[in-house]
Design a protein around this ligand. Sequence first.
Ligand SMILES: [Zn+2]
Length: 232
Amino acid sequence: MEFTFERYGALLDELTSAGYAFTGYERSLADGEAILRHDVDWSPEKACRMAEIEADRGVTATYFVLVTSPFYNVHFGEIRDCLHRIESLGHTVALHFSTHQYWDAEPPGEELRRRVDEEQSVLGTVTREMGDAVAFHIPPSWTLDRSFDGITSAYEPRFFSEIAYRADSGQRWRDEHPFDGGIPDRLQLLTHPGLWGETDASFEARLREQEGQRFDATREFLASEFLGEGSA
Ligand SMILES: [Zn+2]
């Protein structure tokens, strides 16, 4: 499949016509329920666009955002507006947590909880009602298919190994459709908004595109705040 917003919309249409009800991480899924998950690694702007495509179809999703990304800052006005827009369209914003910022190997459970709590309090200040669930970014194997005390993880068995889990990582759906084996009873579908666009582009081209946009935004920021007339 092509990685265009139009194709993403068509994928949603396949799911809605299969009769799925869309839900979150509040409880285990029943048959016929699906969770739409987005890991926002690079582009809150594209996340916003996907949120609109979903809202047009009356579908809700959970958007996991980083507070440790060098690409975007959730407190920056435009990004904050994006997150508010996503929430106002009926979706949930929750924490995308990068263990890689803190540890090379599994930390004591208490330390993990403390860091997750800290980052959730940061994100909680810019969301209206932050979702409780946490999705680990580039998940190390010690985070997969297990539960943690005091944390609702998107990789818990009930959301991961006990149901169908399909992810667009590395644009792998380019050659294989996520529902080639038939539409599953219960589903968590993960997409990364940054991999999609108005027109199709390869994984590598998308990353370059993100890089270019961030450079431009940084350049504009420097120009308007420090190089403009009247700056002191
Ligand atoms: Zn990620």
